[in-house]
Design a protein around this ligand. Structure first.
Ligand code: ADP
Ligand code: MG
Length: 697
């Protein structure tokens, strides 16, 4: 867009300095461009009446005309709700009220014609409308014909009389002069191919659509454009990298074959084999590998990582594995050492708690090349850690590290970058992966090792604690180990810690003869590691802990995961925690303990956990419940400040945008062809203005 859109919002008719200051502060609207891209978040469509039979939960607000045939009160106390059966003669739909039930009963009468307005949602296998607007079907109400945009607004703005309607007026005012300045950003052939309306039409209809159809066309166009340029950039980065960065060629498989023949403790799953093939083809390609390996908890990523290390070592290079915690690094180290010792491969552990005197020999052997594998935490990134030839850098649980750390590992080899494999167990829905890791190749282990019994998950209320204790007793008596996890968040740290301590105490009272460990964030790292190690060795049978055990720890004998106040955990976190059990041959269990009062979202989370063990299904639900920002934690949420597209819902458009971007860049990598000139211009202007772009990479 041209300079016109950089005009300060202050100069728009009806705004002025005071309102401009408010708009800046409250809505981050600084100039005309910001305003025109401040899209409504929903619309009130009063242009038509839908028939009940066509209503579905994908629809925004809908207007219906009909009569209530009956009312019914269901449930008692806080579960009480009023259901009104609403019919238009051909179909019936339920209207639901959770509040002001008595008032509604008094006011709304059966068998009188009403106009009803609300958002259809799915409730189990039924569609209903909660808290609809209900008005008598007067002539005026039936004739109304408006399609109103609803803009996000803050309380402060409302207090100063800037409401959604006022924003709509500003938009209208702006559009009068802006229309002629709006430039197309997508080439015509792409628009034809994707059936997209023009930018001008799209911006007009996103604000002032007269019908649902026009609005949907506008949304499609703007969402596509937004996702298209993100994908274009990510794919471009990938192509640049693939073309530019050479990689060491590792094609000697002798060491690997030896490992397969003599040591491989189990047969790899088909998914593991597939992933190993994908990585191997990268390692021998002569180009630097940048690959994300995602696989649900317990899917066996570690062995894959080790196999890749053997390829690097077979190619006369060194390999490093970085884990987010000491415990995890320690565990990787002792697991892999079992193999390497027998194969005569040197391996060392480097973490923050390794003493200075022990570090020196490690540093020296790394530089001389004598040491082949280094396992560690952040400590690997320190200046003094220099390799003779780092061929492969693996990062476990990528979501715990920032992108900056990933690139620091790159720099460990001066002339040729090491191959990089990042592993994550946080299941990432495809849409999100394409956006966050769109510059990486992606491999997925989508299968668990054979013979794993799916974990049985149950929901229990606080009041059933005695029963739960009885269950713990039976499992401990059978020789199993048990985790009991408590939430701990900063805001309520003191209270949470008290709950944890109380929980620990009541466990010691209930099981006086059973050795119990406790681990939480306030303990010194050494004390924590000591307790953790006791549990890993089987010296203690019950581990009472906060979420510090969430990541990676592997104790195959632990078969029960009890999560206290489960309603306070996010879905992905619950799934991660549950993944700590179910690693051995025994049947494992996860018990989610909650109080009686559960919000709708908490209920969905608990139900989802009880229903499925599938990490990807869980991730999809999580994305829908929480939105992408929360899902990834603050570290990466910045990259997802999308103006209009929604990664939870727009997976299809995202795929189309990615395919289109791929096609264009394959045919014209430099975007030098005349038909792509608009794309090139848009990329340049986005580079100048959009801060959020730089955060993606
Ligand atoms: P994650 O992907 O969560 O890092 P791990 O690599 O820790 O999973 O593997 C979980 C457990 O499964 C380990 O005890 C590992 O030895 C075992 N395992 C891995 N692959 C297989 C396989 N193909 N068959 C049987 N057990 C396996
Ligand atoms: Mg792991």
């Amino acid at each position: 867009m041209s300079n016109f859109f950089e005009t300060s919002i202050e100069f728009l008719k009806g705004v002025g300095p005071q309102r401009a200051a408010l708009l800046q502060k409250e809505l981050k609207i600084f100039n005309y461009g910001d305003l025109i891209q401040r899209y409504p978040f929903r619309y009130e469509d009063r242009t038509k009446f839908y028939s009940i039979s066509e209503v579905n939960d994908e629809m925004p607000y809908v207007q219906l005309k009909g009569k209530f045939t009956d009312f019914e009160i269901i449930g008692t106390k806080y579960k009480k709700r009023l259901v009104g059966y609403f019919s238009d003669g051909k179909g019936e739909i339920e209207m639901v009220w959770f509040q002001r039930v008595d008032w509604v009963i008094k006011k709304i009468k059966p068998n009188i014609e009403y106009v009803v307005f609300g958002k259809p949602t799915r409730f189990g296998n039924k569609i209903n409308i909660a808290h609809p607007e209900v008005e008598p079907a007067t002539e005026n109400n039936l004739k109304r014909n408006s399609f109103q945009p609803i803009y996000p607004i803050s309380e402060k703005l409302r207090a100063r009389y800037i409401d959604s309607k006022q924003i709509a007026k500003f938009q209208f005012e702006l559009f009068k002069t802006a229309e002629q300045h709006i430039r197309e950003t997508l080439p015509e052939n792409l628009r034809i191919q994707q059936k997209l309306i023009s930018k001008r039409e799209a911006l007009k209809n996103i604000h002032f659509a007269k019908t649902q159809e026009l609005l949907m066309a506008a949304q499609q166009r703007l969402k596509f454009e937004e996702l298209f340029f993100i994908q274009l950039r990510l794919i471009k980065m990938k192509l640049v990298r693939q073309g530019k960065f050479k990689g060491e060629v590792f094609n000697d498989t002798n060491l690997l074959t030896k490992f397969y023949k003599e040591q491989l403790p189990f047969e790899l799953t088909e998914a593991q084999k597939k992933v190993v093939r994908e990585i191997y083809s990268d390692l021998k390609s002569g180009k630097q590998m940048n690959r994300l390996l995602q696989g649900d908890v317990g899917s066996g990523k570690t062995i894959v990582a080790f196999i890749c290390m053997l390829l690097a070592i077979g190619g006369e290079a060194q390999a490093a594995l970085m884990a987010p915690t000491e415990i995890l690094a320690q565990q990787h180290f002792s697991n892999l050492k079992k193999y390497t010792d027998k194969m005569g491969i040197t391996i060392a552990l480097l973490t923050g708690s390794v003493k200075k005197s022990q570090r020196k020999p490690i540093h020296e052997k790394l530089e001389s090349g004598e040491l082949k594998i280094l396992i560690g935490t952040h400590a690997l990134l320190e200046e003094e850690v220099k390799f003779k030839k780092l061929g492969l850098a693996i990062i476990d649980e990528q979501h715990r590290f920032g992108v900056a750390q990933r690139s620091k590992l790159w720099q460990k080899n001066a002339d040729v970058y090491p191959h990089v494999l990042v592993m994550t167990a946080t299941p990432i829905p495809r849409t999100l992966a394409m956006t966050l890791y769109g510059d990486l190749e992606i491999s997925t282990i989508d299968e668990l090792p054979k013979g794993r019994k799916p974990i049985k998950t149950r929901h229990q209320f606080d009041s059933q604690r005695l029963k739960v204790n009885g269950f713990i007793r039976s499992q401990v008596d059978a020789g199993r180990q048990v985790y009991v996890v408590y939430p701990l968040i900063e805001e309520s740290e003191k209270l949470d810690l008290k709950h944890l301590m109380d929980g620990y105490e009541s466990m010691t009272r209930a099981f006086p003869d059973v050795p119990i460990s406790i681990v939480h964030g306030q303990m010194k790292p050494e004390a924590k590691d000591f307790e953790m190690a006791r549990f890993v060795k089987g010296e203690t049978k019950i581990m009472v802990a906060t979420t510090v055990i969430e990541v990676g720890v592997d104790v195959p004998n632990a078969s029960v995961m009890i999560i206290e106040s489960a309603e306070r955990f996010g879905l992905s976190q619950l799934h991660q925690l549950r993944g700590r059990v179910g690693r051995g041959a025994e049947q494992s269990f996860c018990i989610l303990i909650t109080s009686f009062k559960l919000s709708a979202d908490s209920k969905t989370r608990i139900e989802t956990m009880v229903r499925t063990n599938n990490g990807f299904e869980i991730a999809e639900t999580d994305l829908k419940l929480r939105g992408p920002g929360d899902l990834m934690g603050t570290q990466q949420s910045g990259s997802l400040d999308l103006l209009i597209a929604d990664l939870g819902k727009d997976g299809k458009i995202l795929q189309q945008a990615r395919d289109a971007a791929n096609q264009i860049l394959t045919n014209d990598p430099a975007l030098a062809k005349p038909e792509n000139v608009l794309i090139k211009h848009q990329i340049e202007s986005l580079r100048k203005t959009a801060v959020n772009w730089s955060r993606i990479s």
